[in-house]
Design a protein around this ligand. Structure first.
Ligand code: NHW
Ligand code: EN5
Length: 388
């Protein structure tokens, strides 16, 4: 069934339910001298390239490959359209390795036809903090599919991660592979229902008119919570403390320090938005919410070419009820002209999804760990990790 994945140190389907297997690394690290020194072989027409995301030209080539060939929904109506600035942000966090930004070119034409990336992250699993690679943006040009190029890309990124003495990875996919650490549901909150219906992203409900639908999803012009404001650079220490304490309750979560928070959570225009609640009395930072910007191309619509989507990122409530905090996040997203606000059922999100009029999507997101076995799959609410 899975000729490639059966050979890899990941949980296998046949082992599900076998409680005799220990939790933790599936295979031990090898001495670095035993890590293969040369890249894996590609079919003869192709060559490896390390992608320099500082270079405007390289970044544009990657952007173009992904814009035309990356993830689509099951009916091929929408395709993720990560912006160049987003890709630069996603791929250059603290301590990143340029060697983990891997492309494949056609030797003769130099055309970029495949891509895969890793970035380093400290991820806590129960009480163990493990340095991992977060692997993302695996893409093979549509014309080169089903030629077993993906396994070679995955082996090559694995080799380059091993060269940095890192032996675990985390990744997500819309497809089922051996074997999910957890399976999450996508939920969608309409902000611009007329457009969503016009482009086929959602449907007019039974016994609903367009004007009733628009009214149903109406939101206030501005946030309700006193002391709600955009996060600023001087907030990094307080937000780090708040977030670290909050993420402690989940089985799997990132171990963010101040540098990580500065990179991943300080607002960056058209990439990531973060807000917090500062107590008007004590000036304490009590609550936090954030979302990232990931538009999708709309494939074959006369009137619209892009869907502007916000994705819920990390949220923390200690004083403001999470429901009210997320309602303010929706208001900010609406203010910024997003068409839809998406969220997974991770962390405590289940507590607000239905009440804030999110509906379940037709997509699922499976989370995976490489070379790390969990005794049992997690419930999405036990997961404190959001990948881009
Ligand atoms: S998920 C998004 C993946 N990208 C897309 O869906 C874009 C559109 N599709 C494509 O470009 C986020 C191609 O269809 C791709 C597969 C390239 C997906 N993950 O070359 P073949 C990520 O980026 C397996 C893992 O013939 P193809 C996360 C498949 O099961 N494996 O297929 C990436 C089969 O193996 P099997 C996937 O359609 C995580 C084999 O590939 C997969 O031309 C990567 C077939 O290869 C997927 N999304 O190309 C793993 N999709 O055993 C990182 C298919 O079943 C692991 N496959 O025979 C960790 C590494 C680091 C470790 C460090 C210690
Ligand atoms: C790696 N970082 O399928 C990610 N999206 O539900 C890679 N559906 O947008 C893996 N099919 O349900 C990504 N509208 C896996 C996801 C791939 C993209 C994907 C789904 C998630 C999606 C939409 C559009 C469906 C179009 C037809 C959807 C319904 C919305 C409706 C709004 C009103 C209330 C009920 C729900």
């Amino acid at each position: 069934r899975h000729k490639f994945w059966e050979t890899q140190p990941v949980g296998q389907f046949k082992d599900i339910g076998d409680t005799s297997l220990p939790e933790g690394p599936i295979e031990p690290p090898s001495p670095l001298s035993e890590v293969k020194q040369e890249p894996y072989n590609l079919p003869n027409l192709y060559e490896w390239v390390t992608c320099d995301m500082d270079s405007e030209e390289m970044c544009l080539e990657v952007y173009n490959l992904l814009t035309n060939n990356y993830v689509e929904d099951d009916e091929n109506m929408f395709r993720f359209n990560y912006s160049k600035e987003f890709l630069r942000w996603a791929l250059r966090p603290p301590g990143y390795f340029k060697s983990w930004h891997i492309g494949v070119r056609v030797k003769s034409s130099k055309k970029l036809v495949a891509f895969i990336t890793g970035v380093p992250a400290r991820i806590r699993v129960r009480d163990q903090i493990i340095t991992m690679a977060e692997v993302n943006f695996l893409c093979v040009h549509k014309k080169l599919r089903s030629k077993r190029l993906a396994p070679v890309m995955i082996k090559e990124v694995t080799r380059r991660v091993h060269l940095e003495n890192i032996w675990q990875a985390a990744y997500t996919a819309g497809v089922v592979l051996p074997t999910p650490a957890t399976t999450c549901q996508y939920w969608h909150r309409s902000l611009h229902p007329k457009k969503l219906i016009d482009v086929g992203f959602s449907r007019l409900g039974a016994r609903m008119t367009m004007s009733r639908t628009i009214k149903l999803y109406k939101l206030p012009e501005s946030p309700i919570t006193q002391g709600f404001r955009k996060m600023e650079p001087h907030d990094v220490p307080a937000v780090t403390r708040l977030l670290r304490k909050y993420l402690n309750q989940f089985v799997v979560a990132p171990d963010f320090d101040e540098n990580d928070v500065e990179h991943w959570l300080l607002p960056k225009e058209d990439v990531v938005d973060s807000f917090l609640v500062e107590s008007p009395e004590t000036h304490e930072i009590t609550d936090f919410c954030s979302f990232y910007t990931l538009p999708s191309s709309i494939l074959g619509n006369q009137n619209y070419s892009t869907l502007k989507a916000a994705y819920s990122y990390y949220n923390v409530s200690t004083k403001t009820p999470l429901l009210q905090l997320m309602n303010d996040a929706l208001i900010m997203a609406k203010q910024q002209n997003f068409d839809v606000f998406n969220a997974l059922d991770v962390m405590q999100n289940e507590s607000f999804l239905k009440e804030l009029k999110f509906g379940p999507g037709d997509g699922k997101l499976h989370y995976y760990l490489y070379n790390y076995r969990l005794r049992q799959a997690l419930h999405p609410s036990e997961l404190g990790l959001v990948l881009l």
